[in-house]
Write a protein that binds this ligand. Structure first.
Ligand SMILES: Cc1ncc(COP(=O)(O)O)c(C=O)c1O
Length: 395
């Protein structure tokens, strides 16, 4: 196989070709290496591989060629030095915390992150003596004033879920670095096709590959992308010991997901923009949250920071939970599921699903009202999506 420097290629090409090292069988498509362990030519070679003095596979908890191909491809697309794959997006976030934090450390986290991320920092890292303060995503002064001498990292999601607020990655990275902290960005909603946080100054990117990277709602997986130093010193040792590994089958599905990611994201975003503009015109809709709309508070920032505005649209109904549930139940085609990033359009009521386990006051502080509905816009014909929602809105 020819030696190619994939850094010289564009994201669309990297997404299709990078990471696959063809074997002696000359296969065109990446194979699934369904093997838990690997054999060595001698006892000495085994010892050299275990100590890291010689490169090569050892055991699939931490080295597998299919998983490696996924890692190499995603690292290139995110413009990061190295990527590690995990069993889920939450496992990736857990690995960042386990790798970097110790008892007595402090984290500053956006209030508008995925509900389980809040629980992870508050309940689980909290249990082991790590304190977390939650701040308003878009309030730069709040980020700065929440930092303490023992703050290890700042954590945010942009756009946020489910209110689609946009954080200024460049400015928050500068705040973090001025205080000797790292910035971790959850890039699930944008993927590297729309936004590259590392190029904007973030230190670590986390992914739930379960969403757009798969794209067809089949597998659960996650990833961490960062510098060689951060991965080698802090994240890889945890993966090797903790074992929250991505399976080769899932890596194979995610590799083919990456191949179509750029074209899918463009189509998703075009439909979401059209739907958001249409929803703004509908009686009964009190507010539409979509950064492509000029009514969105961070419209200009989104235009600057992202290649497109994303594919998740949230809207508030006049009324509360009863109206939101009635609308959701009146749709026929849309999938009532909390997942997002699928070719199938999904609809959910965040206050009683993704954010339902949060205390009501935490949910209220995050601005998640009972009348809020979130739609992850899929690739069906946009008129069919509108008609399904219209049935719900008329109800
Ligand atoms: C923004 C975001 N981050 C992280 C996760 C967690 O990912 P996973 O479900 O793959 O564990 C999710 C899941 O919904 C998410 O929406």
């Amino acid at each position: 196989m020819k030696d190619i420097n994939w850094n010289e290629y564009s994201l669309e090409t990297q997404a299709i070709r990078a990471g696959h090292r063809r074997t002696h069988e000359d296969e065109h498509s990446m194979p699934i290496f369904a093997t838990s362990s690997y054999v060595f030519d001698s006892a000495e070679e085994a010892a050299l591989r275990f100590t890291g003095q010689k490169a090569g596979n050892i055991y699939s908890r931490f080295t597998n060629p299919t998983v490696n191909a996924f890692q190499e491809r995603l690292a290139l697309m995110e413009k990061g030095e190295r990527c590690l794959a995990f069993a889920s997006g939450m496992a990736a976030i857990m690995a960042v915390g386990m790798g970097l934090l110790k008892a007595g450390d402090h984290v500053v986290c956006s209030r508008s992150v995925f509900g389980n991320t809040v629980l992870m920092f508050q309940n689980y890292f909290g249990k082991f003596g790590v304190e977390t303060d939650f701040v308003e995503l878009t309030d730069l002064a709040a980020w700065e004033s929440a930092i303490k001498p023992n703050t290890r990292f700042l954590f945010l999601e942009t756009p946020s879920n489910p209110l689609i607020e946009i954080a200024d990655i460049e400015r928050i990275a500068a705040i973090a670095h001025n205080h000797g902290c790292l910035l971790v960005v959850d890039n699930v909603f944008c993927t590297p096709v729309l936004q590259k946080p590392l190029a904007l100054g973030a230190d670590i990117v986390v992914h739930s590959a379960t969403k757009y990277i798969d794209g067809q709602g089949r597998c659960v997986g996650g990833a961490v992308v960062a510098s060689e130093e951060l991965i080698e010193k802090h994240i890889y040792p945890y993966l090797r010991t903790g074992g929250s590994t991505m399976s080769p089958f899932n890596a194979w599905v995610f590799l083919s997901g990456l191949e179509t990611l750029a074209v899918r994201m463009k189509a998703h975003c075009d439909s979401a923009f059209e739907l958001a503009k249409w929803l703004e015109q509908q009686p009964g809709v009190a507010k539409v949250h979509y950064p492509g709309l000029t009514s969105h508070a961070q419209h200009e920032l989104a235009r600057r920071q992202q290649a497109h505005f994303g594919a998740v649209v949230s809207f508030e109904l006049n009324g509360g939970k009863e109206q939101a549930w009635r609308l959701i139940d009146s749709t026929k085609m849309l999938s009532i599921t909390a997942n997002l990033g699928d070719v199938k359009t999904t609809i959910t009521h965040p206050a009683s699903t993704t954010h339902g386990r949060l205390a009501p006051e935490v949910r209220a502080a995050a601005g998640i009202k009972d009348g809020l509905v979130r739609v992850s816009v899929g690739l069906e014909n946009i008129d069919d999506i509108k008609n399904d929602l219209l049935r719900g809105l008329e109800s």
